[in-house]
Design a binder for this molecule. Structure first.
Ligand code: SF4
Ligand code: SF4
Ligand code: SF4
Ligand code: FES
Length: 352
């Protein structure tokens, strides 16, 4: 059933099945929601998204409140803001949320909620148990001290990328994110896709290689296509332009990947600035690779190809294009192979 509901005095249309939070977001009305992500759905855990509904007792959570025709909702009354402040204060008190040194500073949803609610310093201090950081894996650090137990990473790992690694272990104060049957991430079945990193609203899952490499506001973003395979995942490079270096990669929530990336697309970004990258041609002379000019390399290669094809026929030749060159270069490779060498042995590294 579609209809209209009123948010802070203005009527908005909605479609059947939409929640109050979805209608609010669709219309630019800001309601903090720390345990909700479009891909993992409502969890009803954090209670930051509460609203006031006319004629309804209590303050329901908007992330799992179905919109109804004629509903009258207030998103920021004093009662709502007071409870929201208490919830955010408790989250800040429970764990180590030292924004000054946190990698997520400037892109943290808890920090944003605290800022919007005017919380300068946490109102409470909770002395909880010591919590270990899991930095065993090659690409990802799980800083459990910053976890707000929203459950998004668990839902993402199990239901979005369906790798079924993460779970919520232990009880009460000891609750924490665990991999498989509580083994270090490096020893788990984690495939390092980084979906947990991408969706964690705070700094509890972070990219290891990006630590200390630049604050989010210092990095320039460039949207591009992953060069590794034919899926063509859409991603954003976060670039330190002074050092001419990619610091981090995030997936874009568009087709074909809806933000998801594999380990190569998300973490295999060092090759453009690698010192091992070849910058000039090499020819093996007396068993050793020696740098030579492009003229010498091209003459040598042409001679060798000509001789081999003359001796053994065109089908001994095969060519591979690359996802890291332009379409025009790949077209030229295909044309050269088929029209000059006269074989169809041509392929591409980015073919699925
Ligand atoms: S990196 Fe991927 S597989 Fe590993 S825990 Fe995170 S979401 Fe699960
Ligand atoms: S690690 Fe991040 S996404 Fe997972 S429960 Fe903790 S805060 Fe939520
Ligand atoms: S290599 Fe991975 S991230 Fe890149 S396009 Fe293929 S599946 Fe997507
Ligand atoms: S976003 Fe609604 S309860 Fe967390």
């Amino acid at each position: 059933m579609s209809g209209h509901l009123t948010l802070d005095g203005v009527a908005y249309p909605f479609q059947s099945g939409q929640t109050v939070l979805e209608v609010a977001r669709e219309n630019g009305i800001k309601i903090p929601a720390l345990c909700y992500h479009r891909k993992t759905g409502p969890a009803g855990r954090c209670r930051v998204c509460i609203v006031e509904v006319e004629g309804q007792a209590g303050l329901p959570t908007s992330c799992n409140l179905e919109a109804k025709d004629g509903m009258v909702v207030y998103t920021n009354t004093e009662a709502v803001l007071e409870v929201r402040r208490s919830v955010v204060n408790l989250l800040l008190a429970n764990g180590e949320h030292n924004c000054l040194s946190c990698e997520q500073n400037g892109r943290c949803e808890l920090q944003d909620a605290a800022y919007d609610l005017g919380i300068e310093i946490p109102a409470f201090t909770i002395i909880g148990p010591e919590v270990e950081i899991d930095d065993s894996s090659e690409m990802i650090v799980n800083d459990r001290r910053k976890c707000i137990q929203c459950g998004i990473c668990v839902a993402a790992c199990n239901n979005v990328v369906v790798n079924e690694v993460l779970g919520m272990g232990q009880r009460g104060f000891d609750s924490r994110i665990v991999c498989d049957l509580d083994v270090p991430m490096a020893e788990s079945t984690c495939v390092q896709c980084g979906e947990c990193v991408q969706l964690c609203p705070v700094g509890a899952f972070i990219e290891k290689k990006a630590i200390g490499q630049g604050r989010s506001w210092e990095l320039e973003t460039v949207d591009t296509t992953c060069p590794y395979c034919g899926v063509g995942c859409q991603l954003t490079l976060h670039v330190d332009t002074n050092a001419n270096r990619i610091v981090r990669v995030t997936g874009r929530e568009v087709v074909p990947n809806d933000g998801m990336l594999c380990v190569k697309g998300r973490f295999g970004y060092e090759f453009p600035s690698s010192p091992n990258r070849l910058t000039q041609p090499l020819i093996r002379k007396n068993g050793e690779l020696e740098p030579v000019s492009w003229e010498e390399a091209l003459d040598f290669t042409a001679e060798r190809i000509k001789k081999i094809v003359e001796e053994h026929g065109p089908d001994v030749f095969s060519a591979f294009g690359s996802g890291r060159t332009t379409n025009e270069s790949n077209y030229a490779i295909s044309k050269f192979t088929r029209a000059v060498i006269k074989t169809n042995n041509v392929d591409h590294c980015a073919r699925t």
